[in-house]
Write a protein that binds this ligand. Structure first.
Ligand SMILES: [Zn+2]
Length: 153
């Protein structure tokens, strides 16, 4: 997997720095009373809209929703057919300082990949912990080698 590493968000291009800031804002709305691990996401759409997402946990744990999938679903329902160009994701834990980017879980990787496959253009992924460096990946597929895509069906 190839990705760019930026030592600090200040080193990002302005648009990506701004999107990461929106993800940090989204994180403040997370509902994570069980894990105390807050995740914020912000999707930049082709039409310039920014759609936030945050994790939403549930006492029935398997029903927990990941921030990136919440953002993608909100983008899909609010702006059907509009491609997602960039997705920024950030995290914060009440238990420790997350100093490295936390990357999407396996389920989210599959969902991100299929969104990308369906729209026919890459989704750049920006990842950051609560502090520390920023990783920028060129596509969702770069997070999911040997992907399972709808052509198999
Ligand atoms: Zn996930």
């Amino acid at each position: 997997m190839q990705w760019q590493v930026f030592a600090d968000p200040a080193d990002l291009p302005p648009a990506e720095r701004s999107l990461l800031g929106r993800a940090v804002e989204a994180l403040e709305n997370a509902y994570a009373p069980y894990s105390n691990f807050l995740v914020g996401a912000a999707a930049l759409l082709e039409n310039g809209e920014v759609v936030p997402g945050f994790n939403i946990e549930n006492a029935a744990y398997p029903l927990c929703l990941c921030a990136e999938r919440v953002a993608l679903a909100a983008a899909e329902s609010g702006f059907p057919g509009i491609p997602v160009d960039v997705l920024a994701i950030t995290v914060r834990s009440a238990r420790h300082d997350v100093q490295e980017p936390a990357s999407p879980c396996g389920a989210c990787r599959q969902v991100l990949f299929e969104k990308e496959w369906r729209q026919g253009s890459n989704i750049r992924i920006i990842l950051r912990g609560a502090t520390g460096p920023v990783y920028v990946l060129p596509s969702a597929q770069s997070l999911l080698p040997l992907s399972f895509d709808p052509d198999f069906l």
